[in-house]
Design a protein around this ligand. Sequence first.
Ligand code: PBG
Length: 324
Amino acid sequence: MSLFPVYRPRRTRRTPALRGLVRETRLSVEQLILPFFVVPGQGVRKPVGSMPGVFQTSVDELVKDAREAYELGIPAVLLFGIPESKDATGSLSWHEHGVVQEGVRAIKQALPDLLVITDVCMCEYTSHGHCGVLHGEQVDNDETLELLARQALSHARAGADIIAPSDMMDGRVAAIRQTLDDEGFAGVPILSYAAKYASAFYGPFREAAESAPQFGDRRGYQMDAANSDEALREVLLDIDEGADIIMVKPALAYLDVIYRVKQETGYPVCAYHVSGEYSMVLAAGQLGWLDVDRAMTESLLAIRRAGADMIITYWAREFARQSR
Ligand code: PBG
């Protein structure tokens, strides 16, 4: 039996105001998190070739960018650090005066209400570019946990509002939670990269963060693109270990995972709209093959529709400007 012509879906599409009234999913700047890449030095602002609009900046320039983001209504930024030098254990990652630690302090001093999230991982700090300590060519899980906890603690001491471990070691949420609690940071939430896939879409990021592995790949610790039941197990484990917000990453190629995680846990879900997802749209735009602004809004909306409460995206500023 057909309802036509009694029900005509086109009736509520006739004007922008009507479309607005029946719109199911809202996308607002309050839901966006903007990543930044911090390098040593002063007055540094170096464009990342594969990510138009994205820069590596020194702390002084970082504060300017953070202020701009804050003034646009973006509630949170995510910091990645590129250290002065790298070694086998990534020892600059937990240095009191490391780039991220100094970046956190400077932003919190200038803009106390802007949330500062720090990415906790070893790959930007290790000479081999892997996300943990190596034994031969294998990343040693349990030895890495202690270093991650140390790094997380140094971020919390610098004033980080949220700690975001992205390394994919087993047990790292528990290790970080324990250390933070023991050291007086029980109130600092953990945003866990719970379902992080070994993805080709991180390509441009590795230029931005100078974190490409020097041999092999990350399949020994990041997830296989074929699995979504396993994503649920990863997420439930992290919740069990004390994660407050869970992340699915990348976003667009994993909308089903975002949907399942939101439906099955009811936890706050963050999606990382990653570098490749950003750059491929810009590249197509440069060729004149699509309308960048519309493709980006559509992408972010799709991620929200799948169930993400918040989205990490390099496009946060542009979206904020566009929606003013
Ligand atoms: C690891 C990390 C990566 C990203 C965020 N944290 C790269 C990786 O796992 O290789 C990727 C983010 C992006 O592509 O935008 N520290």
